[in-house]
Ligand binder design. Structure first.
Ligand SMILES: *[C@@H]1O[C@H](CO)[C@@H](O)[C@H](O)[C@H]1NC(C)=O
Ligand SMILES: *[C@@H]1O[C@H](CO)[C@@H](O)[C@H](O)[C@H]1NC(C)=O
Ligand SMILES: *[C@@H]1O[C@H](CO)[C@@H](O)[C@H](O)[C@H]1NC(C)=O
Ligand SMILES: *[C@@H]1O[C@H](CO)[C@@H](O)[C@H](O)[C@H]1NC(C)=O
Ligand SMILES: CC(=O)N[C@H]1CO[C@H](CO)[C@@H](O)[C@@H]1O
Length: 345
């Protein structure tokens, strides 16, 4: 029995001595494949390393033979991912990516006003090619805008093919008698449509009424429309309060309702006053009266402090209130100093 064991043992040892040791399962290499895969290999058995699909090594395949020592030779095989062609630039758009290597995906987007013509993403395939043709960013176009009723296009420059691109503008005008509501300018949007169109509506104004002490002229027509004009004037010594010309506006009103205001007769015979920042003699400057709206400053005395100050007076539709502090001197009282000659307070 023992002898049998010894025989078996010695034959085993003998085998080891002549055939060498077995090799273990070879190390895993990143992205590489080994054929054949076994738990152990007898000396002389061959294995082949190659890269997984999508990966390549500089030297190509590696073939190794299990040596008698039972230790696989050092394997320097490196499997690197395939790199797809550079795709980092998309005109009028952007490419999002980490790397262009297998098995990554890159994605595309376009700037405002451009739309993606083609795929929105591409994958780098095992063959090192992009899975789809790279897209382009094509400009967004708008068809010719609709024209609102009673409007005409005053500015519109379509491109070839009658389309417009994002940001292009078109401007409308209303026919005479029609007023525009909304923006006269429309813009081709990034959605390929135009911003909201304006509306043109017929607008009429009533006949303007004649002001008291004045007159108004307007076109001799049956109806007065938007943009029609009327002009106002006043009779002698009256002053127009408001603009000379008014216009029929969008809301069907005249832009203003001017009236005629009376000028003022002055009760003061003699005074030096400030008029538009200058000292003037009231009796000379305003000998025909003061017009409505005109303003002067009278000089008054501060008796205690022996100095002068001013107070304003304005002609309002025929009335001017002379400041109470103003004292008119008789022309005979030549020894009295006029307030306008006293030093200011
Ligand atoms: C563009 O518009 C003009 C006038 O409306 C028309 O004659 C022409 O055929 C249009 N062109 C195209 C390419 O649609
Ligand atoms: C009209 O629209 C244009 C752009 O389309 C804008 O620049 C302009 O300010 C708008 N005008 C008014 C009065 O809203
Ligand atoms: C333009 O199209 C966008 C998207 O379809 C929509 O939301 C918008 O209301 C449209 N604008 C106009 C003025 O029709
Ligand atoms: C039209 O004129 C009236 C009266 O002057 C004014 O109140 C109104 O704001 C004006 N409307 C427009 C749209 O200009
Ligand atoms: C100031 C004025 O007269 N406003 C009028 C303009 O017209 C509208 C109607 O179109 C009236 O509602 C306003 O009172």
């Amino acid at each position: 029995m023992i002898s049998l064991v010894l025989v078996l043992l010695s034959s085993f040892l003998c085998h080891v001595a002549t055939a060498g040791r077995t090799c273990p399962k070879p190390d895993d290499l990143p992205f590489a494949i080994v054929v054949p895969v076994k738990a152990s290999y007898d000396p002389g058995e061959q294995i082949v390393y190659s890269c997984q699909p999508g990966y390549v090594s500089r030297g190509g395949m590696r073939r190794f033979t299990c040596p008698l020592t039972g230790i696989w030779p050092i394997n320097t095989l490196k499997c690197m991912p395939r790199v797809c062609p550079f795709a980092g630039i998309l005109e009028n758009g952007a490419v999002r990516y980490t790397t262009f290597e297998y098995p990554n995906t890159i994605s595309f987007s376009c700037n405002t006003g451009f739309h993606l013509s083609g795929a929105s993403s591409a994958k780098c395939t095992e063959e090192g090619r992009w899975s789809v043709d790279l897209p382009v960013c094509a400009p967004v176009t708008c068809p010719p805008p609709a024209i609102p009723k009673f409007a005409t296009l005053s500015v519109y420059k379509p491109l070839a093919g009658n389309n417009s691109i994002y940001g292009n503008k078109a401007v409308f005008e209303c026919l005479p008698h029609y007023a525009m509501f909304g923006n006269d300018t429309v813009t081709c949007t990034a959605h390929g449509n135009w911003t909201t169109l304006p509306e043109c509506r017929e607008v009429k104004c009533p006949f303007p009424s004649r002001p008291d002490n004045g007159f108004v002229n307007y076109p001799a027509k049956q109806t007065l429309y938007y943009k029609d004009k009327a002009t106002y004037g006043c009779h002698d010594t009256y002053v127009l309060d408001g603009p000379e010309e008014v216009e029929c506006n969008k809301s069907g009103n005249w832009s203003a309702q001017p009236s005629c205001k009376a000028s003022c007769k002055l009760s003061v015979k003699k005074a030096t006053v400030l008029y538009q920042g200058e000292r003037v003699k009231l009796q000379e400057k305003f000998k025909d009266g003061m017009l409505h709206g005109e303003k002067v400053s009278f000089f008054c005395k501060n008796k205690e402090k022996k100095c002068s100050y001013t107070e304003d007076a304005q002609c309002i539709d025929g009335t001017i209130e002379i400041p109470k502090c103003f004292k008119e001197h008789s022309s005979l009282a030549f020894w009295k100093t006029d307030a306008s000659d006293v030093k200011p307070c």
